[in-house]
Design a protein around this ligand. Structure first.
Ligand code: ATP
Ligand code: MG
Length: 657
């Protein structure tokens, strides 16, 4: 115990000194083995981006028919990629590896919440997917019919997605942590014909009945005629004859169905975004372009080698899970870890125990998770041998330098590059990110656009802004994995993404800055900009300055109407375990912000919070904080993780007024 705290103190001191270091070139040992070691792909893609993507599509995927035209851009923003080509996503993820004699390779080391383990091979996934495809077909599900999937992190969720893509039925995965009401809305919007769910789910030692809860909403979904139920907790489930079937019984009696060769533009899935800023949008992705972008980035951003053990801690219910737990790793033939449980059950070191146990080499998580780990303390990762790790990744929001450095030092042992990957549900795959064998890293920057990607930062008139100035992030060239539309709502698609700067420029909705080296600094969402006395400040930057205080764990900043300055900064702050917040701490925080950004950015109000309101994917819902601070009725809260947090904050804010 004593030695541990000495180590913890040493690390603290080291972190302080690291804060002054600005750049991190690829460690020589990493670079030597990296798949990409110089700027060749950027140069090649620059010369002819479409031809470059064509080469990647050919190299990374198996096609049953070649395309006639790589990109049809005759009707922007409705782009089509690999026109006339045919392929099947499931075949690319499973069949071809099994055909090549790699059926016994482990696809997933699955770890259950109570420590159970399953090794799932490519051959086993294929065996089940080709049978589930038959079951779906026999229930009348065909190409274009949407299938809802509402499953926890168990291998069956992968089988379910791939069985759908095998027969061309777009899946609509709904995060298992969502309520059945949120499920109902998403199934209703997408007109789902079938649903795949579980009898019950587990969470931190408790079980909850899922099928019984789902039954409450099924009567409101008349077009949904089939429910396939996986037996997971074994608690039994009410089954309605004619509509409901057990997964294991149906599969036992089914023969295999071959993969259907589908048009490159055939819909692969619909996925509703997390709702940090507005009502969830049904993002539609298609097959050929999406798989090309996902496979290229999986291989090269993560520098994936045959002997890697890869772990993305996201849930399959988010796009990160679709692209970088299911399609990316499987198309690349990777071996991954899949974990069912929570990061603090049975204890706060479970992630690190898993890394040690399976020899994880590539670890991909979100800044919010890293900040939570910081709050828990270094002693948890220190309990385990993390020397197998060689690459770390981050996704979901800007990572503040303090969290980046902690991740780099404490988890990566100072030897693992960090790929800070910027992308969205809509973009399908990573677009701005380091390539770890080439790019010199700057903590907090997603660095530069990947080959074939044309990103820029522009002002209101669409002109590029000077380095250092903040503007709107845009994408000026179509990329293969881009969303094709919002499901059954092409007008909202055009309006949301292609009206601000015209039909050929994708409006991202994020605010960003470029530095003198051409590095992108995504500072947050466009609506997360506060205007204090005419100065536009990004909430993320102020937050980063606040959390730089060693006693602060997390912060969320919003603009509040202010008579004098137009808007004033209001900060919701949570402190590290064991810290008692007081006025002195508030003053230190204000002082720190003044030093790092300027006096103007000092928070006018600091509200101490026990927790911040977050989406179920862990993103802070600033729009709800704005509603609270200004005493308005709350907007759409279906994606909110814990309604109790909001109630507490409302009380606090009312007390202050
Ligand atoms: P909604 O669009 O419904 O409000 P959302 O934007 O949170 O939800 P996602 O598509 O999951 O849903 O998130 C994409 C957004 O996350 C990006 O637009 C950006 O704001 C943020 N983001 C993701 N990765 C990064 C990153 N590496 N750096 C900075 N921001 C990031
Ligand atoms: Mg978004």
């Amino acid at each position: 115990m004593a030695t541990r705290s000495v180590r913890a103190e040493e690390i603290e001191r080291e972190l302080e000194s690291l804060l002054t270091r600005e750049t991190f070139p690829p460690p020589e040992e990493f670079r030597r083995r990296a798949l990409i070691r110089d700027d060749t792909p950027w140069r090649e893609a620059q010369a002819d981006p479409v031809a470059w993507w064509e080469r990647q599509a050919r190299a990374l995927l198996d096609w049953s028919e070649p395309w006639q035209r790589a990109l049809d851009d005759s009707n922007p923003p409705f782009y089509r990629w690999f026109v006339g080509g045919r392929l099947n996503a499931c075949e690319n993820a499973l069949d071809r590896h099994v055909r090549a004699g790699r059926g016994d390779r482990v696809a997933f080391y699955w770890r259950g919440e109570e420590g159970e383990e399953r090794q799932v091979t490519y051959a086993q996934l294929l065996h089940d997917a080709e049978r589930l495809a038959t079951v779906l077909r026999e229930r009348g599900i065909g190409p274009g019919d949407v299938v809802g999937i509402y499953l926890p992190m168990i291998p069956e969720v992968v089988v379910a997605m791939l069985a759908c893509s095998r027969i061309g039925a777009p899946h609509n995965v709904v995060f298992g942590g969502f309520s059945v009401e949120a499920l109902r809305d998403r199934l209703h919007f997408s007109e789902a014909k079938a649903l795949i769910c579980v009898d019950g789910a587990r969470r931190k030692g408790k079980t909850v009945a899922v099928k019984a809860a789902v039954d409450r909403i099924l009567d409101e979904l008349p077009s949904l005629g089939t429910v396939i139920c996986v037996r997971h907790t074994g608690e039994g489930a009410p089954m309605r004859r004619g509509r409901d079937i057990w997964w294991h019984e149906a599969l036992a009696g089914a023969g295999p169905t071959p993969p259907e060769p589908l048009d490159a533009e055939h819909p692969l899935f619909v996925l509703y975004t997390s709702g940090s800023t507005a009502k969830p949008k049904g993002v539609l992705h298609t097959t050929g372009g999406y798989l090309t972008g996902v496979a290229w980035t999986q291989r090269h951003v993560f520098d994936l080698h045959d002997d890697d053990v890869y772990w993305c801690t996201a849930d399959v219910g988010w796009v990160t899970g679709h692209s970088y737990i299911v399609y990316g790793p499987l198309v690349c033939g990777a071996t991954s870890v899949m974990y069912e449980g929570a990061p603090d059950y049975p204890d706060k070191d479970i992630w690190w125990e898993i890394c040690e146990r399976y020899g994880v080499t590539i670890f991909y998580t979100a800044p919010t998770a890293i900040r939570t780990c910081i709050k828990w303390g270094v002693e948890y990762p220190l309990r385990h041998d993390l020397s197998s790790l060689r690459l770390l990744g981050s996704v979901g929001e800007p990572i503040n330098p303090k969290a980046w450095l902690w991740y780099w030092r404490v988890i990566g042992g100072g030897r693992c590059p960090i790929v800070d990957t910027w992308w969205q549900t809509e973009t399908g795959h990573i677009l701005i990110s380091p390539l770890p064998g080439v790019t010199t890293l700057k903590p907090g920057s997603a660095t530069r656009p990947l080959p074939g990607v044309d990103a820029a930062v522009v002002d209101d008139a669409g002109r590029e802004v000077a380095p250092g100035e903040q503007g709107y992030l845009v994408l000026r060239r179509p990329w293969p994995g881009m969303l094709r539309t919002l499901y059954k709502d092409p007008d909202r698609f055009v309006e949301t993404y292609f009206s601000r700067f015209g039909r050929e420029t994708y409006f991202v909705g994020d605010a960003a800055r470029l530095d003198e080296d051409g590095y992108f600094w995504v500072v947050g969402r466009v609506d997360d900009v506060v205007n204090v006395s005419g100065h536009r400040l990004s909430t993320a930057e102020v937050e980063s300055a606040i959390v730089a205080h060693p006693k602060v764990a997390e912060a969320a900043v919003i603009g509040q109407a202010d008579e004098r300055t137009g808007q004033a900064i209001c900060a919701f702050v949570t402190v590290e375990a064991g810290v008692e917040p007081d006025e002195r701490l508030a003053e230190e925080i204000r002082q720190g912000v003044a030093e790092r950004i300027g006096k103007l950015a000092r928070p006018a109000r600091i509200i101490w919070a026990n927790e911040l309101p977050k989406t179920r994917s862990g993103k802070i819902m600033r729009r709800l904080l704005r509603d609270i601070a200004e005493g308005r009725a709350l907007g759409d809260v279906t994606t909110l993780r814990d309604p109790e947090v909001i109630a507490q904050l409302e009380t606090k804010v009312r007390e202050l007024q």
